[in-house]
Write a protein that binds this ligand. Structure first.
Ligand code: FES
Length: 652
């Protein structure tokens, strides 16, 4: 008679196996994704399965109640200690008796999908570079004298098919006591290696290590440093935290930091120290939040713009301050945490994504990894809005990239009532088309300013200024209400019919909020503010338009706004302003912190590292500074929305 049939769901993989074959063994032979850290010794519980019984029309199998071997003492012990959910068995203990259908729950899959935030965002398939392996090592033998490390490596090769591993002195020092204490059973953290480092054992624990190991995905921005702490086995984000970049004291924007390093002999070193110290403070904070030891952090991925990249690594950013903006290297980097003075596990490895070009950094590469324009059927424009906008345009045939100097206006800087996005900042605006009077909402409150309870509701924050997304809405609303004309001039009260327009020196301004009811400052939009926004949005648009020229298209299929700021922009207002190209509004989406997501993908999936390295080589960089068409587009794009382009979709 034939051996019993084993069918796995959801994969549908099937095969016949002799009676007594453990399900884990069957899964491995069929290439079914079933997890195991202890190698089938009934210790880790990662191999849980859910056998199904009854008639399965889908698979045409009738499964008897005794299709699997009986619940054994190992499962009983596990259930007593930690409890096994109803209907679950340990795949390494349950053995085939008769035809059976086995469901592998999501949590027991090694390559489980970790994230699905938005329909168009990619999932993360878990495949980390650093992992835990449990092994039983042969005891030493007088007749066959080999070192403990050599026998450990043999065991890891035998049970886990790992290549020959290296080990640092710290591992060697801990190895002998760990083996003896664990009675020749140990758990090893292993870094599987990359282009720079050979695969190596990073730490050894006696017996089965019940703890977890973690990795950091770090988005090192010029203003903020944001990080996610991820469990490397489950892929879960266990804590997220951020701080202001301590380099701000050397200069708000990147170019002022580059000049600080040019003017001061030790400038670059000071800034490197500041960011590394800030990072360590952040790591301490996030570890204590997650109640873990910093030494459990064994992997980290960094994304950053080129200047931050050099300053973090301790490379003088001098060359990035002048044409032709040569990077020290644009390739990805794999480094030791100690080389960067980072206080995490001493053997931890740091991976930095590749840079695309002198102005388009590893953060843009991370956005490309997260948004995957190179895999898109339709033509997608990805815009990461910051003081320097990074722009990608492409589809599966080709991807173009450029950066455009938008300046700090979108962060509220250089705007008379501008401020960073913080409680009290105006973030939503409407101007009544008839009365031409504004109403607004501030961060931290749900009420509109014309609500009778508004002053009470905002008593603690006040109304303090206008943030970047607020100023975009403001200018767009002013344009729609006819308060600002296409060239960007604010009209007089007579011309516009708005009592809030007033003469301000030699130009006009528009009163948003007089401050008396909320006891705060008077908030106005001046003609200079409009100019600043025109410059910033024109820079952004011309970058995108230039890429469209290079691609040979007049329209894109969809637009993704990336970055923390992008998440708060109203697509309609951005289009009224002519900040982004004309497109159906429902085709404009926000990706949130796509650079941070890209960092997390590279942290949790080692194949993604190779993938982005490859993709970056294929992205065509366009240097806006040397393209005459850029200037032409810039001049036209200074008008609201544009002097020559009609925006037919928006107007329909
Ligand atoms: Fe570890 Fe089954 S594989 S308990």
């Amino acid at each position: 008679t034939k051996d019993p049939l084993v069918i796995f769901t959801p994969s549908g993989k099937r095969g016949n196996f002799p009676v007594g074959t453990p399900i884990l063994t069957a899964a491995r032979q069929l290439g079914v994704d079933l997890d195991s850290v202890c190698g089938g010794r009934g210790i880790c519980s990662k191999c849980q399965i859910a056998p199904s019984f009854g008639q399965f029309s889908k698979h045409g199998v009738t499964v008897a109640d005794d299709a699997l071997s009986e619940w054994n003492s190992v499962e009983q012990r596990y259930d007593d200690i930690r409890g096994l959910a109803k209907g679950r068995r340990l795949g390494c203990q349950a053995k085939v008796q008769k035809d059976v259908v086995i469901d592998v729950p999501e949590t027991s899959q090694v390559h489980k999908q970790v994230v699905r935030k938005r329909a168009e965002a990619r999932d993360i398939t878990l495949n980390p570079t650093t992992r835990l392996y449990y092994v039983e090592v042969e005891e030493p033998d007088m007749h066959d004298p080999s070192g403990d490390l050599e026998r450990l490596i043999v065991a890891l090769r035998r049970d886990w098919d790992l290549p020959d591993l290296e080990a640092d002195l710290t591992v060697l020092k801990a190895l002998q006591p760990a083996l003896r204490k664990g009675q020749w059973k140990v758990t090893c953290a292993v870094h599987l290696g990359d282009d720079t480092f050979a695969p190596r054992i990073m730490q050894v624990w006696p017996g089965y290590f019940e703890g977890a190991i973690y990795g950091l995905a770090v988005d090192l921005g010029s203003t903020t440093i944001a990080t996610h702490l991820c469990d490397l086995h489950s892929g879960e984000v266990v804590a997220s935290s951020g701080i202001m970049n301590p380099q701000i004291r050397f200069g708000e924007d990147l170019m002022s930091r580059v000049s600080y390093s040019m003017m001061n002999a030790s400038g670059a070193v000071e800034m490197t120290t500041a960011v590394q110290e800030g990072m360590n403070a952040l790591f301490t904070q996030i570890a204590s939040e997650a109640q873990i030891d910093r030494n459990q952090i064994m992997d980290a991925v960094f994304v950053c713009n080129p200047v931050m990249h050099h300053l973090f690594l301790g490379i003088d950013p001098f060359e990035l301050g002048q044409a032709p903006f040569a990077l020290a290297t644009s390739e990805s980097l794999s480094l030791r945490a100690i080389e960067l003075n980072l206080n995490i596990h001493p053997a931890a490895r740091i991976y930095i994504l590749p840079c695309i070009a002198g102005h388009v950094g590893a953060d843009a590469a991370a956005v490309a990894l997260s948004e995957a324009p190179d895999k898109s059927e339709d033509l997608v424009l990805v815009v990461d809005v910051g003081t320097n906008a990074e722009i990608l345009l492409g589809n599966k045939d080709k991807v173009l990239a450029c950066s455009s100097p938008t300046g700090p206006a979108f962060e509220g800087a250089q705007i008379s009532s501008g401020q960073r996005a913080a409680p009290g900042a105006i973030e939503r605006v409407e101007i009544d088309p008839v009365t031409k009077l504004p109403r607004f909402k501030v961060i931290g409150s749900d009420l509109w300013s014309d609500d009778p309870d508004f002053a009470k509701e905002t008593a603690s924050t006040g109304v303090t200024g206008i943030c970047g997304s607020g100023i975009i809405e403001m200018v767009a609303e002013m344009r729609m209400a006819g308060i600002v004309d296409a060239p960007g001039l604010i009209g007089t009260a007579e011309q516009t019919g708005s009592p809030n327009c007033f003469t301000d020196g030699r130009t006009q301004s528009y009163l948003v909020h007089d401050g008396t009811a909320t006891g705060g400052p008077k908030i106005t939009v001046t003609n200079r503010d409009i100019r600043e926004i025109q410059m910033a949005k024109a820079a952004l648009y011309s970058g995108a338009r230039l890429l469209m020229d290079k691609f040979g298209v007049d329209n894109v299929d969809r637009i993704v706004l990336a970055g923390a700021f992008g998440a708060h922009i109203s697509p309609k207002h951005a289009m009224v302003l002519g900040m982004i190209p004309d497109a159906p509004l429902d085709k404009v989406t926000s990706a949130g912190n796509a650079a941070g997501t890209g960092a997390r993908i590279a942290l949790l999936n080692r194949d993604a590292r190779a993938e982005i390295e490859d993709t970056v080589h294929k992205i065509h960089k366009i240097e806006t500074a040397i393209e005459p068409r850029f200037q032409e587009h810039f001049v036209n794009a200074s008008a609201i929305p544009n002097a020559v382009e009609p925006f037919p979709i928006l107007n329909s």
